[in-house]
Design a protein around this ligand. Structure first.
Ligand SMILES: Nc1ncnc2c1ncn2[C@@H]1O[C@H](COP(=O)(O)OP(=O)(O)OP(=O)(O)O)[C@@H](O)[C@H]1O
Length: 810
């Protein structure tokens, strides 16, 4: 159980980070503030304990509190972990006792169970005490700091009103405020501790109970910012140059306020304009270089983003088309196309533009703060107090956004399913006058995503507003304090001007950084399914495995089914084939007949290796090679399937006939097979002949024409084995005759397995196999089966005859 991996972003880590940030911030503010205000406030005010005049107690409080809370939360988490694992073990034991001995539980087992229950109880009590201590120890500092804050504020206001020196300088006063905020959040976290620890316990318990905890963890781990960024690795050269441009433009942004201030100072302090002109020239150069670098940076990141998303779409599509057929039984087309188009779009900006923005604003903040420190440390420290608050909020906001965005993309994908289904079956929709029904359905789905979109908008707006208020307040505070310093002649107007520009830059950078972080988190939410698709490994690998050396020796079209059992993965409790053994012999025709749902098409699916059997084997060729060992691409080049309702693709007739071959095919060969399939004549009747576009799924062709094209398509690969599903739908007699003739030609001198719906087909077949409810109930020639006077004669023959009569009548 020890190998259960915990998520990095979890409650206890956030709590621990909060108390550490609290301690570091307070210490930094104390030291920097002490240094900055050393002249105005005596040393003993900095370190001496005085409830109203010093913050030494605040520093001690934040440091010790951090230490104690850090240890406490770690202990609580560990207790929760142990408790959850023990609970999981108990559940496991109980289950195995129930399974193994439904009657007798031995004394020793009783003993183990009693001891485990006692352990669990004591663990629970310890956890409760620890949680209570956490609550009390985070409440007490809040009470203390609030009282101090109230008293200090009171004397601060009094001193101000009386025009006296304030009991505590402004810097330390803001330190006190930030500690109030920290204590409040820590108390809040302590209250939430109960809920989060319960969730944590449930999470650990389910992990401990699951059979493959590592594998699941691995999957989770695979979606993180690092992985997101790694998508842009192939663009590293573009991105590296873009980063150089970014550093140049950020640097120009960072130094420009300095020159700006120098222009102001030289205008105020120098009698002639030469000094100011010099700085104006520098400023111009800085802006010019900055803009140039900015333009290049933007272009390079954008083009990299486009390349990343194009590559990602290709990879996702590639992954999807290589999936097992069972994957398509569970995933719907609309959802998948939405993943390819919409989810990848969300990632585009995240992996390049946002990355650049993130780096840019981070650089800007760090650079600006360094410059600010060199200009006026006390003013800078004022700003720093705001950073932990904004950072913490940003992290929480990011998590929220990530979840919301995932939901949003899921809903969007669900609505794409409706749209795809309706648009691809417009004739059925129209014939049932179901347009409004489909519109309503789509509207319902879109509304769901819209509702989440609204939440996203509120979260974004609210957060931006909040960050704006915080940064605006920090700016006002800096302006006020800076103005005072200028008034007291402690700094020049130029320094204040530069400082204000830096503050603005930092504030803006912070606001942008937060929103970029939000976008990152949204991208992470959207990327979850994309990465799942990319990581998914089909169980039947394409283009790997054995390619028999010589076709003639190794595959003659014969296939042997040995005790095959099969159930579809989506309905694993229903056996579709039960102990089926049959042989498709070289050069012979095997007809499959039987009632609907008997498992005939399933036989084809197994031969095509769309699925593997649950048990039993399929053996190929005279050497009886296990089908599972054979390279599937090779297999599909030797077997052709003509289904009942053949699906054509949206291209030309020529493209459709040559669909199964990778290489260019001679037009003569295409015409040859089209003639064999009785298709040449009608194709020539079209204005563009073989270049006629057939429309989506061959919509511009008739049923009979589609079938003949499909037969030509199968003949072109000259298959060793032809799998034929005769059409049940009645064609007109002329078309019927042409199709039948094409089929007969295709079957000639070939190994064929046919799902027969016509009497003539079963009569001509070398052998007939009757499948009912997945079982092979009868087999033999048509005459033999008729003589048997069994199910074939009673059920199938009647069924076939009815169809034959119907089709000839129509
Ligand atoms: N993709 C699938 N997922 C789950 N069950 C399926 C799937 N395809 C078919 N089945 C089920 O398997 C059983 C056998 O279906 P199959 O298509 O092989 O029958 P069939 O004999 O070819 O019928 P028909 O003559 O009507 O085409 C049916 O009960 C069907 O509902």
């Amino acid at each position: 159980m020890r190998n259960i991996k915990l998520p990095g972003l979890r409650y206890s880590n956030l709590f621990r980070s909060l108390v550490v940030i609290d301690m570091i911030t307070e210490l930094t503010l104390w030291i920097v503030g002490g240094y900055a205000n050393f002249e105005t406030h005596e040393l003993d005010q900095i370190i001496r304990f005085n409830f109203v005049e010093s913050i030494f107690d605040v520093i001690l409080l934040s440091s010790f509190k951090a230490l104690i809370l850090f240890v406490l939360i770690s202990e609580i988490e560990s207790a929760c972990f142990k408790l959850a694992v023990s609970t999981a073990n108990n559940i496991r034991n109980t289950q195995s006792v129930e399974v193994n001995s439904s009657t007798n539980i031995s004394d020793s087992e009783n003993l183990i169970e009693t001891r485990t229950t006692t352990d669990l109880d004591s663990l629970r009590i310890i956890k409760k005490y620890l949680q209570l201590s956490l609550l009390i120890l985070s409440l007490l500092p809040l009470i203390f700091i609030s009282i101090k804050f109230g008293i200090v504020t009171n004397s601060f206001i009094k001193a101000k009103n009386n025009g006296q020196k304030t009991p505590m300088h402004v810097f330390y006063y803001s330190t006190l405020i930030s500690e109030v905020v920290f204590c409040f959040f820590e108390f809040l976290f302590a209250i939430l501790n109960w809920r989060f620890m319960r969730l944590f316990g449930k999470f650990i318990c389910s992990k401990a109970l699951s059979n493959e905890p590592e594998e699941n963890d691995e999957k989770k781990k695979k979606v993180n910012i690092g992985r997101l960024i790694s998508l842009s690795y192939p663009e590293r050269y573009y991105i590296s140059i873009a980063f150089v441009m970014l550093i140049i433009s950020s640097f120009t942004n960072i130094v420009s306020p300095f020159f700006f201030g120098s222009v102001v100072d030289s205008a105020v302090n120098y009698p002639d304009l030469s000094e100011m002109n010099k700085y104006i020239f520098y400023l111009f150069i800085v802006y010019f270089l900055g803009s140039l670098a900015s333009g290049l940076r933007s272009w390079l990141f954008e083009v990299s983003g486009q390349r990343v998303v194009a590559r990602l779409r290709k990879s996702v599509f590639n992954s999807i088309v290589k999936e097992d057929i069972k994957f398509f039984d569970t995933n719907r087309t609309g959802e998948l196309t939405s993943r390819i188009s919409s989810d990848t779009q969300v990632l585009q900006s995240a992996v390049t533009t946002n990355m650049s923005m993130f780096a840019r604003y981070l650089l800007q903040i760090i650079g600006s703060i360094i410059f600010m420190f060199s200009l006026e440390p006390s003013l800078t420290a004022l700003l720093l107090g705001v950073i932990p608050v904004v950072s913490l909020l940003t992290v929480q906001y990011g998590r929220y956004l990530r979840k919301l965005k995932k939901k949003f993309q899921d809903e969007l994908a669900a609505s794409s399913v409706v749209a795809e289904e309706a648009l691809s079956s417009m004739r059925t929709v129209r014939s049932f006058a179901a347009e409004s029904k489909m519109s309503n359905e789509y509207e319902k789905n879109i509304n769901k995503s819209f509702e989440i979109g609204k939440k996203l908008a509120v979260a974004q707006g609210g957060f931006m507003g909040f960050v704006g208020i915080i940064t605006g307040s920090a700016l006002a505070l800096v302006l006020w304090y800076g103005g005072k310093l200028v008034h007291d002649k402690k700094i020049s107007t130029g320094i204040l001007a530069s400082f204000l520009m830096y503050t603005l830059q930092v504030a803006m950078a912070f606001a942008f950084l937060s929103s970029v972080y939000g976008d990152f988190m949204q991208a992470l939410g959207a990327s979850q399914r994309i990465f799942e698709l990319l990581d998914s490994q089909p169980s039947i690998k394409l283009n790997t495995g054995l390619i028999p050396d010589s076709d003639d020796n190794n595959f003659d079209g014969s296939i042997l089914f040995e005790n095959v059992e099969f159930s579809y993965p989506t309905r694993s409790d229903t056996k579709v084939l039960k102990n089926v053994s049959l042989k498709i012999e070289k050069g012979k025709t095997l007809a499959l007949v039987g009632p609907s749902g008997g498992g005939k098409s399933t036989i084809f699916s197994l031969i095509e290796r769309f699925y593997d059997p649950d048990s039993g084997q399929l053996k190929l060729g005279p050497n009886s090679i296990d089908l599972k060992l054979i390279n599937t691409n090779w297999l599909h080049s030797k077997i052709a399937l003509v289904s009942q309702e053949p699906v054509l693709f949206g291209g030309t007739i020529k493209e459709n006939i040559s669909f199964g071959l990778d290489q260019e095919v001679d037009t003569e060969r295409i015409i040859e097979v089209a003639k064999l399939a009785n298709a040449h004549e009608f194709i020539n009747g079209f204005e563009k002949g073989y270049d006629t576009v057939v429309g989506e799924r061959g919509i511009r062709l008739s049923g009979g024409q589609k079938q003949r094209i499909a037969i030509a398509r199968a003949l072109l690969i000259d298959p060793k084995l032809l799998l034929l599903d005769e059409a049940t739908s009645a064609l007109d007699s002329e078309s019927e005759h042409l199709v039948q003739e094409a089929i007969e030609r295709a079957m000639k001198d070939r190994t064929v397995c046919v799902i027969a719906h016509r009497l003539s087909t079963v009569r001509n077949a070398d052998r007939v196999v009757v499948l009912e409810n997945g079982q092979l109930v009868e087999q033999g020639t048509h005459d033999e089966l008729c003589e048997m006077d069994g199910i074939y004669k009673r059920l199938v023959l009647r069924q076939l005859l009815t169809k034959e009569t119907l089709s000839t009548q129509s």
